[in-house]
Design a protein around this ligand. Sequence first.
Ligand SMILES: [Zn+2]
Length: 517
Amino acid sequence: MQLFAKPLSASLLFASMVFFYYGIDWLNYARAGKLILTGAPTIGLLLALFYRRQSSRWLITLYVLVTIVLFANLSFQAGLRDIFGVEQDEMMIMKSIFGTDAQESYEFVLQYKPYLLKHLLLFLVLSSSFLFLTIRPMNRSVTSISNKILLVWIALFITGHLDKSIRKSNPLVFFPYFYMEYRQELNELHALTDILKKNLDSNTLSQVKYTGEHRRNTVVWVIGESSTKYNWSLYGYERDTTPMIKRIEKSLLVFHEITAAAPITIPAFEKMMTQADKAHPDLWKKTPSIIQLAKQAGYHTYWISNHTTDAHSGITYIFAHQADDVVMTNKGKARGEGSYDESVFPAYQKALRDPYEKKLIIVHLLGSHPAYNFRYPKSYAIFTGTYDDAVAKTLLDRGRAKWAVTFRNLYDNSIRYGDYVRYTLLSLLQQSRESSHASWLYHPDHGEDVCHHNNFSGHNPQAKEQWEIPMLFWASKIPKIDTTQSYDLENIGSSILGLLKIDARSYHAEKDIFLRR
Ligand SMILES: [Zn+2]
């Protein structure tokens, strides 16, 4: 026992616990290495100081606190990799942590309860046994440590923190660091909004021209959430998830090879709304958005949203608020139930009725975003409790847990409800006065992995289901084009400008899907 209280033994014990996570692949070798390089010397140094100062009370308090933080961080890192297959360094993770509201956190906890409980339990077991093993012997044997050994620990600690990328994996450094970065990004966004406003009359925008033959033109752009084509019966899924759209399939263009611009919401929007793409991910800061271009060309613009992220700060907030009319239908507070996507219908109908000659109506839905059970009213709980149809049987035969199949059932309910929402949005347009001069485009921001590969359900950038998505198009005059061509949604901006009949620097004919025959 006494052995573990020595600084070296304690830091080795910490390292072996990090190794345990590495062994079960919840940390990659780089992350494990960084955690050991920063954590082990921190523990060693604190214990060395403790022995040097002959058991000072505040040092032991500090030791306990730091140990808890180190282990909490270990669980956090392991959880990120276990649940999402990503690392903390990715700004998107920090954005979602700091930018999230109570409702999103609540839904997150619901969605990932088994994972969170597992990691919480491991955290409690590992940190308490570590503290037990390293603190208990101290009371009995306080042997002093020489200056030389203390200096070695100080040197180890400093060496471990010399490199910036390693230093950032110390939780005491990275949380403040990323928080500052996040705040800075927020400030930049505010500054950016001002700059974008000022730039409205600059070169790029001054060359914007409406080139349509008719005075009237209405473009409806419906953007969904987390919808993979693999769960649409329209694309061959065994469950009847898209019966309404299937009925009118012949009057639409159904695209088969569409790839999301990014596997998560924010980066996808940055690319769809501006000229940014995977090769130039920062261009959204420098190029005008579709909404600004449309306004410049004389369009009245709408952003009608049931999506909670549009109501916060962040780039979707900026895009949304560039529109002339902004309607946020999701008043979601602590719980996410109740704001179903049909809540956009009244504002949408009003937009269709408005007398403007040229309209761009963007509708942003919550679609099939986790937690799936909050995305549809009770009457659409069609697959709930289904464990014996072809889909469920195949999944269970492949060894999926019953709870994983439950997630699949809830997800398919949300797709089926989404079918009703999409069908209604299209019919309302077709029944309106706009129908003679309108076009309607639907696609989600990205797909979703819903126990397609194992028990996991959620955003999984490694899965093809996260990237391969449905896309539907209807217009007063439907162009003849090849719907089996592959197309990346990072180029959708040019297609929208094409529909808007806008000639601008941002328009690239070769990226316009409606010109590819
Ligand atoms: Zn999304």
